[in-house]
Design a protein around this ligand. Structure first.
Ligand SMILES: *[C@@H]1O[C@H](CO)[C@@H](O)[C@H](O)[C@H]1NC(C)=O
Ligand SMILES: *[C@@H]1O[C@H](CO)[C@@H](O)[C@H](O)[C@H]1NC(C)=O
Ligand SMILES: *[C@@H]1O[C@H](CO)[C@@H](O)[C@H](O)[C@H]1NC(C)=O
Ligand SMILES: *[C@@H]1O[C@H](CO)[C@@H](O)[C@H](O)[C@H]1NC(C)=O
Length: 428
């Protein structure tokens, strides 16, 4: 991955620009052309790698490569076989079939996500359905999902956004389970929803970096000055063993700036050896650790692993042509520009995800929810959530200052993520 040829687009265009100016580089270019003629086809491959778009536009399909039937797949031909990228599509207003459950009917939604209870004046955000361009999504069949989980464990591992997806999954299923036959319990980093009659669990494990970090306390996580320990995935991974369906995410906590602090030894060392890596390199290291862990610990004949891409924030309204100084607060409509990509959403990270998965044979199903969520500036919790600290008069006077443009109201967008998970689980 670290070969000079796969360097970024900026450095390759730099070389070409210089070549016009310098005779030395002109000679070099002539030599490259000569080599290109000698090794025609290889050179086309190399050019392909240099083109940043070529690695960005092809959707990853780790599942397509191996022809054998994936665990939990139903039937032989799947949606992907028909050439449908379920992550490419548009939002359709669907008042008769959405939402898939009511906020008041799911007691497991944390008070940070119950927007109606906290005074959101409208609920337009609940009535959207994702419509892929090339096919229809199968409807979410809660009976099928729950029967599939009989005697099994499903676990979401990652940060608060993945916790949201976990809660959404529980909300989608819990109606089928009578009151006294289900429970939700938390043990430190692990939250477990149990469907007793089914002997099934749906779990969430807090590990915002997947690797060990100084933000691992599930309740009190230090926000600034984050440090991640290299090679430490087993610290958390030992709690993921034996899971049948695993869903990872990690993104937001890496966004501290352009560099990330990486600890080489242990957090107990008196003198800590800490290096600063560019965020993309640090993230790549974590992704590779995850793949290695999956390879060593998951049985590809019986289990499935998913990875959910970056959840976008909507903290700057100028991104979508709004008034300067505003954010997701008071937003009730979708972004219609199909090419919209928010400035908080780091393309470099998406590129790393693409490269790491493409270079890997470990079967992980990629849930590319970033673009479809990018359109949903209306779907955040904004100010309609439980506030942990009382608001100051200044805040009350200006709601934009305390609107949460990271997390999502429930029911809402994250139910769609689970519809996509459902689709990829049964119809890969
Ligand atoms: C949902 O799945 C169950 C169990 O596989 C099946 O019996 C039922 O027909 C499905 N429902 C629909 C609407 O497809
Ligand atoms: C319940 O499920 C677990 C896996 O989560 C399994 O190990 C155990 O054997 C199951 N128990 C029964 C009684 O089916
Ligand atoms: C919210 O947006 C509407 C227009 O969509 C506008 O009329 C209203 O003044 C805004 N409210 C606040 C408090 O900014
Ligand atoms: C995810 O989808 C977006 C938009 O369709 C695309 O730009 C991006 O490259 C995809 N990511 C990967 C890793 O395939």
């Amino acid at each position: 991955m670290k070969t000079p040829l796969s360097s970024s687009s900026s450095s390759s265009s730099y070389i070409i620009r210089k070549a016009r100016l310098s005779p030395y580089l002109f000679t070099l270019l002539a030599f490259i052309v000569f080599v290109a003629i000698l090794y025609g086809e290889d050179f086309i491959c190399i050019l392909g790698q240099l083109d940043p778009l070529s690695s960005d536009t092809r959707p990853i399909s780790t599942t397509k490569k191996n022809r054998e039937k994936l665990p939990f797949a139903i039937g032989k031909t799947g949606i992907e076989e028909e050439g449908c990228d379920v992550f490419s599509g548009r939002w359709v207003r669907d008042v008769s079939n959405r939402p898939l459950y009511e906020e008041s009917e799911c007691p497991y939604i944390q008070p940070q996500l119950t927007c109606q209870e906290h005074g959101r004046p409208e609920r337009d955000y609940q009535f959207w359905r994702w419509q892929p361009h090339g096919c229809d999504l199968p409807s979410f069949n809660a009976t099928l999902m729950l029967e599939t989980l009989r005697g099994k464990r499903m676990m979401f591992v990652g940060d608060s956004l993945n916790r949201g997806q976990f809660v959404s999954m529980v909300c989608l299923l819990h109606r089928l389970i009578p009151e006294h036959e289900k429970s939700m319990e938390t043990f430190d980093s692990l939250t477990v929803f149990t469907a007793k009659e089914y002997n099934a669990t749906i779990e969430f494990y807090w590990a915002p970096f997947l690797l060990e970090s100084n933000s691992d306390n599930a309740v009190i996580h230090r926000i600034s000055d984050r440090i991640v320990r290299k090679g430490s995935i087993n610290k958390h991974g030992k709690y993921w063993k034996g899971v049948d369906i695993l869903v990872f995410n990690t993104y937001l906590w890496w966004m501290t700036g352009i560099k990330m602090k990486i600890l080489k030894g242990s957090f107990d060392d008196e003198e800590k050896e800490i290096v600063e890596l560019p965020t993309e390199d640090a993230y790549r290291m974590a992704m590779k650790s995850m793949l290695r862990w999956v390879k060593l610990n998951m049985d590809r004949k019986k289990t499935r692993v998913f990875f959910t891409s970056m959840s976008p924030s909507h903290g700057k309204s100028i991104d979508w042509g709004g008034e300067p100084g505003q954010n997701c607060y008071n937003e009730t409509t979708l972004i219609e520009d199909t090419n919209y990509w928010g400035s908080d959403c780091r393309r470099g990270i998406m590129k790393v995800i693409g490269e790491v998965f493409r270079g890997s044979k470990v079967p992980i199903t990629f849930l590319n929810i970033t673009q479809l969520s990018n359109y949903r500036k209306d779907a955040h919790t904004s100010i309609y959530k439980k506030q942990w600290n009382p608001l100051t008069p200044e805040q009350e006077a200006n709601p934009v200052t305390y609107a949460d443009c990271v997390h999502w109201c429930m029911p809402g967008l994250q139910d769609t993520w689970n519809e996509l998970l459902f689709t990829k689980l049964f119809y890969p």
